[in-house]
Design a protein around this ligand. Structure first.
Ligand SMILES: [Zn+2]
Length: 150
């Protein structure tokens, strides 16, 4: 698969978890070896966030025990906040990892107004015309951060 930018050399997720790279939305929360941050790429939905392991591991199956135990409850808290604070109708979780080979779980809200062509995995293929401007994404990240720290 042709990639303009190699996200694995150096590893983009490692750069995000140590604060060397700031995705839109920045780092939103941290707990037990996991870091919640804005998605490192264009987004057609506000509040698309990613839970990455602090440690550089390939997949879910490689997570250290503390991160593995925290992953489910942490993801559930985030998805509840996407619904309760951002007004999402539903929230998806995707751990694919074919492009970036550092464990990360996408948590993607779906809103009542999200067009059906962007439902499910199609959100990854949203055309540029659907991408939201950074301020809308930053606002959603701040709202999630406030909800999760409360
Ligand atoms: Zn990494």
């Amino acid at each position: 698969m042709p990639d303009v930018l190699d996200v694995n050399d150096p590893c983009l997720a490692c750069a995000i978890v140590r604060g060397a790279t700031r995705p839109v939305g920045g780092v939103i929360a941290r707990a037990h070896g996991l870091v919640l941050h804005g998605v490192a790429g264009p987004s057609p939905v506000p509040g698309w966030v990613v839970l990455s392991s602090e440690r550089h591991v390939r997949g879910w199956y490689d997570l250290p025990p503390d991160a593995a135990s925290e992953l489910g409850p942490f993801a559930a808290r985030v998805m509840r906040a996407q619904r309760e604070v951002l007004g999402a109708e539903h929230a998806y979780a995707f751990a694919i990892g074919d492009v970036l080979r550092h464990f990360h779980l996408h948590l993607v809200p779906r809103y009542p107004q999200t067009p059906q062509r962007l439902w499910g995995r199609a959100v990854f293929d949203a055309p540029a015309a659907d991408h939201l401007p950074a301020p809308a994404l930053e606002d959603a990240a701040r709202a999630l951060s406030a909800a999760l720290s409360g």
